[in-house]
Design a binder for this molecule. Structure first.
Ligand code: NAD
Ligand code: UDX
Length: 470
């Protein structure tokens, strides 16, 4: 079969941009055009400030850009010229259209459908169409049907499912060294042609071909199982706090069983990000629509536990650090919030647990000073305003340029994202800047709690027994 020499990727986001940069770097004979309907996104990809922050991405893009990697708004032309088209557009949850009694959320596939109709309308030659976006089971079959229904006469389409497993913050590394590549479909020639692209850098045993439904479901199931591990360890962290066990020791005790494994057992304020919530909600919706309420309820508990973790953390702050002088909640208290991104290594704030904690603190009357090394001031304020809704104001939020400015004058420090730079804060200096008694609530278990107690802080950490200083 012919080799692929021209690829189009529709969707220049967190997935489309980095994925195509890596393909371009590894496949010099392939020309890749990444297109998007958002002209601002495309100009950012063509500028010195890329729209996505990922370690290693700038260098990769700068090296390949306008050699064999092109960012463009001319979607039709890129489709026309390509032999293979990735669809990497967003598939957000459709909260408002789901039945009220549903625990899940159907994903909104309208952007994927728009792409399918457009590809059918524009294509004058046969194309391989690859669903890289995360879609529920059966969506690729629907895409294939849409392409057939709208095709120009004589044009044939082969649809493949090729979900993406990169994590934000390590996208380039994950793309360069993927644990596995899944290629789902029933057209073996098309599967082999996509496989040949990946074989430029991925060992053949790591490329798994399977049927379309398996590939689609493996993506949703992987994210659900990863999120489930976080909820599992977080459920145990609540027990630790009550009985005097230490969650880090328990995680090591469980994780050194090779059948369980040590990864993804880090206790936290819960999982955030653009994928876990939406993909579990999609799995729940799929289970419900297949008449499997027990399965839906099982996965729903992973989300419910995730919310419980935030409620517990805020309740602990209220219980320990309210003034106790009759004034309500955290009225008059300044809280330094360290970290705002949904995890370290990224500037992304989608579904960040930090926003939920901040809003609860604001509702309880606190004044906030927020610092994150990678999230901009306007992003933090916009995100908080959206999360706060109408029942609390973000007027009492200050965004600071460094940790010390956030800490200065505060009564309470809360760690909301596991940035390693928080470990190297000079806590002796920090204590001098704070009101007394000084409190630290570590939601990500990044600080040296014994040392902080020695310095005189009142320290609480997720999953550790609660001890008050003095
Ligand atoms: P994103 O929002 O960052 O990017 C999507 C892009 O698609 C946007 O730039 C948008 O303008 C563009 N777009 C939407 N509709 C379009 C259309 N009709 N024509 C042209 N462009 C269009 O999204 P993302 O984070 O890159 O995610 C894309 C898909 O990959 C989703 O299905 C997501 O679930 C999945 N995924 C994401 C990650 C992740 O870490 N972000 C990881 C694995 C899988
Ligand atoms: C996830 C999947 O890992 C990836 O394979 C998929 O393609 C997209 O979704 P991402 O959301 O970028 O990636 O980040 P990930 O590292 O998985 O972390 C998700 C959330 O879980 C973060 O909020 C993180 O802080 C939290 N987490 C992760 C924990 O609380 N504990 C852990 O042990 C691991």
């Amino acid at each position: 079969a012919d080799r692929i020499t021209n690829i189009c990727c529709i969707g220049a986001g967190y997935v489309g941009g980095p994925t195509c940069a890596v393909i371009a770097a590894k496949c010099p004979e392939i020309r890749i055009t990444v297109v998007d309907r958002d002209p601002a996104r495309i100009s950012a990809w063509n500028s010195d400030t890329l729209p996505v922050y990922e370690p290693g991405l700038d260098a990769l893009v700068k090296r390949q850009r306008n050699i064999n990697l092109v960012f463009s708004t001319d979607i039709d032309r890129a489709i026309d010229e390509a032999q293979l088209i990735f669809i990497a557009v967003n598939t957000p949850p459709m909260h408002h259209h789901t039945h009220v009694s549903s625990l899940g959320a159907k994903p909104d596939l309208s952007a994927v459908s728009d792409c399918a109709r457009r590809i059918a309308r524009v294509s004058l030659t046969d194309k391989i169409v690859v669903a890289k976006s995360t879609v529920p089971c059966g969506a690729c079959a629907t895409i294939a049907q849409m392409l057939r229904d709208n095709a120009q006469s004589g044009v044939r389409f082969s649809v493949l499912s090729n979900p993406e497993f990169l994590s934000e913050g390590t996208a380039v590394r994950d793309l360069l060294h993927p644990d596995r590549i899944l290629i789902g479909g029933d057209d073996m020639v098309a599967q082999d042609r996509l496989k040949a692209v990946y074989m430029h850098w991925v060992p053949e045993p790591n490329i798994l071909t399977m049927n379309m439904w398996s590939s689609e479901l493996a993506k949703l199931a992987s994210n659900a199982m990863l999120a489930q591990r976080v909820s599992s360890i977080n459920s145990i962290s609540a027990i630790c706090e009550a009985v005097g066990a230490n969650i880090s020791e328990v995680a090591a005790g469980c994780g050194s069983d090779s059948r369980i494994g040590s990864k993804f057992l880090r206790p936290s304020l819960g999982f955030g990000g653009s994928c876990f919530h939406k993909d579990i909600a999609s799995l729940i919706w799929l289970s419900e629509s297949l008449g499997l309420p027990e399965v839906a309820e099982y996965w729903h508990q992973v989300l419910a536990l995730n919310r419980f973790q935030i409620r517990r953390f805020v309740a602990r702050i209220l219980a320990d650090a309210s003034r106790g002088d009759g004034s309500s909640g955290l009225q008059g208290r300044r809280v330094a919030c360290l970290g705002f991104a949904f995890k370290e290594g990224t500037g992304d704030t989608r579904n960040t647990p930090a926003a939920d904690v901040c809003c609860e603190l604001l509702r309880n009357g606190a004044t906030l000073s927020v610092y994150d090394p990678k999230v901009s001031r306007h992003h933090i304020v916009d995100r908080l305003a959206a999360a706060a809704g109408t029942d609390c104001s973000v007027d009492s939020v200050t965004v600071c340029a460094d940790a010390y400015s956030a800490i200065a004058g505060s009564d309470i420090v809360v760690v909301l994202t596991a940035w390693s730079e928080f470990r190297v804060i000079d806590w002796e200096q920090a204590l001098k800047l704070m009101a007394k008694p000084a409190y630290v609530f570590d939601g990500q278990i990044v600080l040296d709690h014994d040392r902080l107690r020695q310095l005189g802080f009142n320290v609480f950490s997720i999953g550790h027994t609660h001890v008050t200083a003095q």
